[in-house]
Design a binder for this molecule. Structure first.
Ligand code: ZN
Length: 493
């Protein structure tokens, strides 16, 4: 169906992308643990996978994209305790801010978004079955996965069990109490016992809560099935999270693989260190969006290939801002009705542009602009088929912007600009002309200034002018109500 190649962490190779069922793709990526505001590193992961899902749909695949919400975790419980808030409420609050951030960044919602707390029963069943099959054991109210029972443990991280054991033994020497509970220091928790006072569930092993790794394995099984096409996440999840997901799922399903392709995006770095909560060097999405447009943030992220680290600095974001402004100036040449990109669609179902969409087809077949649009299409597809090479795809957009600026023919420039907007839309860039949008405060001030002019006209007994101002406002849905002896009131109808 397409010539897409993806770099598979599992094989450390760039491979032809061949889905399990022709034309159909199941994609899962690990979503946020909702205990705080999301930062630019999270934005990068979501933007990268948003582009991957948009491009798969553009290429004609029937895609189901699932991204979970981790709403029960030690981090959430600890934060809730710190600030004296109910655990569930804290998790809901930060789920909501995550959604708001994603919407602001034009990250499309996934097809399914399961929350861990909705899958507690299936998780318990998953653990019970692992115990039955001899891959897990109960110890003092906890349940651990017996890593030695799963022979290919370490295949994603490319480390043998022996090497992992050496490393783990060194670590555990200082925490000797763990030895008592676990058979082996590399064994990881499937179920953790908890005091009754903490958020938890009654299980066959007592009060407790699921381990983090278990939730993804369980939700993938229930939402998508035993084996999925693509599993994704940030590269910090390769070990132990994804390695443990593989161990649990493949042990339960007698060696059936969990995912055919594993895709991992790199970090956002500040001074060569990963941006993270624990290092305290993070920029929240909200703080970045206070200063830069969503398109600027997206261009900043996509100008680097998803597998390379991004160095965050004021200069690098400013460069992205200048680039966005250039694309926006070029896109303004489009006629309004030419915009069939991924502009926000105000509550309607999300529509994705496909390569064979009639609008794109007619642009490529156009007698005048066809050559340029066909070249844009070919360059764009070649870049994106090469393991989602967004920096190269963006170069193709800038090449068209250059042609728009140098074109002497307004009609031709409009067609180029329509193509530019459409292909930029596949990357989730809206190229929305924010320069012509005003916020509600500014709008209210404009109404007040018009009423000042109306007052002045009335003082001069120029009732024609004052009626004109009232009618103009009325036509915009703003009702003006005169008040005897005072300033007129107004309201938006
Ligand atoms: Zn996961």
């Amino acid at each position: 169906m397409s010539g897409l190649k993806v770099f598979n962490t599992l094989t450390s190779k760039k491979e032809d992308f061949v889905p399990l069922k022709a034309g159909k793709v199941n994609l899962y990526s690990c979503g946020p643990t909702v205990y705080d505001l999301s930062h630019l590193g999270h934005a990068r992961k979501e933007i990268n996978f948003d582009v991957i899902q948009r491009y798969l749909r553009f290429s004609g695949y029937d895609l189901t994209y699932v991204r979970n919400i981790t709403d029960i975790d030690d981090k959430i419980i600890n934060r809730a305790r710190e600030i004296d808030e109910r655990t569930e409420k804290l998790a809901r609050r930060f789920t909501f801010t995550f959604w708001k951030d994603m919407d602001a960044l034009n990250v499309a919602p996934p097809d399914m978004e399961p929350r861990a707390t909705e899958y507690i029963k299936p998780m318990m069943t998953f653990v019970e079955e692992l115990i039955k099959k001899g891959h897990a054991y109960v110890s003092e109210g906890d349940v651990y996965f017996d890593v030695l029972s799963f022979k290919s443990y370490g295949k994603l991280r490319k480390q043998s069990i022996e090497d992992l054991l050496h490393g783990a033994r060194d670590q555990v020497r200082s925490q000797s109490e763990l030895k008592e509970i676990k058979k082996n220091p590399v064994d990881f928790a499937l179920w953790k016992s908890a005091p009754q006072s903490e958020m938890g569930w009654e299980s066959p092993w007592g009060w407790g809560r699921p381990g983090w790794h278990l939730e993804c394995s369980t939700m993938i099984k229930h939402a998508l099935g035993v084996t999925i096409d693509i599993h994704g996440g940030g590269e910090d999840l390769i070990f132990p999270h994804h390695e443990n997901e593989i161990a649990q799922s493949e042990a339960l399903h007698d060696g059936e693989s969990l995912a055919k392709y594993w895709l991992h995006n790199s970090f956002v770095q500040v001074d060569a260190e990963k941006m993270s909560k624990s290092l305290g060097n993070f920029q929240t999405i909200q703080s970045v969006l206070a200063n830069y447009s969503p398109d600027t943030v997206r261009l900043f992220v996509l100008q680097t290939h998803y597998r390379s680290p991004i160095e965050f600095s004021a200069d690098s974001v400013e460069a992205a801002k200048a680039g966005t402004a250039r694309l926006l100036r070029a896109a303004r040449f489009a006629k309004d009705d030419d915009a069939h990109s991924s502009v926000r669609n105000n509550g309607k179902a999300h529509k994705y542009l496909t390569s064979n969409h009639p609008c794109l087809q007619s642009l490529r077949d156009d007698g005048e602009a066809g050559d340029v649009i066909r070249k844009l299409h070919a360059d764009f597809v070649e870049s994106m088929d090469n393991d989602f090479n967004t920096p190269q795809a963006i170069s193709a957009l800038f090449a068209v912007a250059d042609l728009i600026f140098s074109s002497k023919d307004e009609n031709l420039a409009a067609k180029y600009a329509a193509g530019l907007k459409a292909y930029a839309g596949v990357l989730g860039l809206t190229l929305t002309d924010t320069g012509k949008m005003i916020d509600s405060d500014t709008g209210a001030q404009l109404v007040e200034r018009l009423l000042d002019l109306r007052d002045a006209a009335r003082a001069n007994k120029d009732y024609k002018q004052s009626d004109q101002i009232r009618d103009t406002l009325q036509a915009l849905g703003i009702k003006v109500m005169d008040v005897k002896g005072g300033r007129a009131q107004w309201e938006k109808e």
